[in-house]
Design a protein around this ligand. Structure first.
Ligand SMILES: O=C(CO)COP(=O)(O)O
Ligand SMILES: O=C[C@H](O)COP(=O)(O)O
Ligand SMILES: [Zn+2]
Ligand SMILES: [Zn+2]
Length: 439
């Protein structure tokens, strides 16, 4: 049974969102939530999900929404953030079905001072509901964690009463995510506030469960936005088990909480695994995917420098045109490929892969991601480049194995007898010199 037996492809709303998260909790995997800021980044995320046949969460922050609308627009009343979020939502709604994967369409942190942005999105959801009997978005986050617990819960309850009847999921935050988020600088916050206590979580659960089961809690366990030098961030995902046990004792239900992991970038595979074991169903990743998007473009600009200095004239001749190098569809595409690869890695870390996935890497350097699906006759392998290799296209069954992506070619390095989801340290298996490290 796969995820498409549980929920349909396309943007999910209402009980389908809960069904997906319930399935994830049961099966002990989580879904990455990737911040997008443009159609290009949104498409690259959808492409990753499509390649590995996995559900995905696409989210926009308040600043990301304004960027989606265009930085040239005024945003003094959150009008650009509202319009940008709505535009992003329609874009994702139209394309999610084409990519054929379930998508949770979400808005990220909304602090008290940004509530006009939230109000604008909620109005768009209500208007959409009148026509389509479902909201525009799947879910929204409220982040009143800077305020008192009472005010935080009260605000969430008031909004949730409006959201639940139209099929919107609510994510709320209690305890503070360190680092920076839109207009809120939590870099100097007292470290005790970075770890939420079980009774506080349970108070949230009690207040929201009285309205609807469709909500999740971003509990702080030392999470920080951004990536810093090792040792700066002390993540304690094992604390999440205490929240589950506390709520379990009170409610009599096993692992009753849907938990959200903020600040996913830079986390170790072990930390991620522990979080998922303790009921995390969503992990936010922004900083690492921002960097991944840069890498492909950076490398292209560096490697093709001689072709990018003028419209005409390159190392092959003074009269050679360079259009096929400076066309944004060429160089932006390189960023999309490296972003797609990083999203697949996040999916693999979270166990959110409905096929065989091989990540070829040297330490933290990804040099290729292979997604495959082998049902004997129907092999599909993607090298996270343009092509998807499939049996239908006349490519014969491709054995499961360790592959090296070399230019447009995929080279089999070694066969593997059983399906596996794993990262492969190329240094231990390579039979030939490493290609240039791309990541
Ligand atoms: O939590 C996040 C967005 O809400 C993302 O955090 P990172 O940028 O640290 O991945
Ligand atoms: O809040 C965390 C997310 O990474 C959003 O970031 P942003 O506000 O820079 O868009
Ligand atoms: Zn916060
Ligand atoms: Zn966050």
């Amino acid at each position: 049974m796969g995820v498409l037996d549980i929920v349909p492809a396309g943007v999910l709303t209402g009980d389908n969102v809960r069904k997906l998260f319930e399935y994830a909790k049961e099966q002990q995997f989580a879904i990455p939530a990737i911040n997008v800021t443009s159609s290009s980044t949104a498409n690259a995320v959808l492409e990753a999900a499509r390649d590995i046949k996995s559900p995905i969460i696409i989210q926009v922050s308040q600043g990301g929404s304004a960027y989606f609308a265009g930085k040239g627009l005024a945003n003094d009343k959150q009008q650009a953030s509202i319009a940008g979020a709505v535009a992003a939502a329609h874009h994702v709604r139209i394309l999610a079905k084409e990519y054929g994967v379930p998508v949770v369409l979400h808005s990220d942190h909304c602090a008290k001072k940004l509530l006009p942005w939230f109000d604008g999105m909620l109005k768009a959801d209500e208007d959409y509901y009148k026509v389509h009997q479902e909201p525009l978005f799947s879910s929204h986050m409220l982040d009143l964690s800077e305020e008192s617990k009472e005010e935080n819960i009260e605000t969430c309850v008031a909004y949730f009463k409006r959201m639940a009847p139209i099929g919107l999921w609510l994510e709320m935050e209690i305890g503070i995510t360190g680092g920076e988020e839109d207009g809120v600088d939590n870099t100097g916050v007292d470290s005790s506030r970075l770890y939420t206590q079980p009774p506080d979580i349970y108070d949230v659960h009690t207040a929201l469960a009285a309205i609807s089961p469709n909500f999740s809690i971003a509990a702080a366990f030392g999470n920080v936005h951004g990536v810093y030098k090792p040792g700066n961030v002390r993540l304690h995902p094992e604390l999440l088990q205490k929240h589950q046990l506390y709520a379990e004792e009170k409610t009599g239900k096993k692992k009753p909480l849907f938990l959200v992991f903020h600040g996913g970038s830079g986390s170790t595979k072990e930390e991620i695994k522990t979080a998922v074991e303790n009921g995390v169903v969503k992990m936010n990743v922004d900083t690492d995917t921002q960097f991944a998007y840069l890498v492909g473009i950076r490398d292209f600009v560096q490697n093709k420098s001689g072709y990018l200095q003028s419209q005409v004239g390159n190392p092959e001749g003074a009269d050679k045109p360079n259009k096929k190098y400076y066309d944004p569809r060429v160089w932006v595409r390189e960023g999309e490929k490296t972003l797609t690869a990083r999203v697949k890695e996040a999916c693999a870390d979270l166990g959110n892969v409905n096929c065989v996935l091989l990540i070829l890497q040297d330490g933290r350097s990804i040099i290729g991601v292979m997604a495959g699906y082998d049902q004997k006759s129907n092999v599909v392998l993607s090298d996270s480049k343009e092509r998807v290799y499939s049996a239908d296209e006349g490519v014969e069954e491709i054995p499961l194995g360790l592959y090296l992506v070399k230019g447009d070619q995929i080279v089999l390095i070694g066969e593997v007898n059983e399906a596996l989801d794993q990262s492969v340290d190329l240094a231990t298996i390579r039979a030939e010199p490493l290609p240039p490290i791309r990541y």
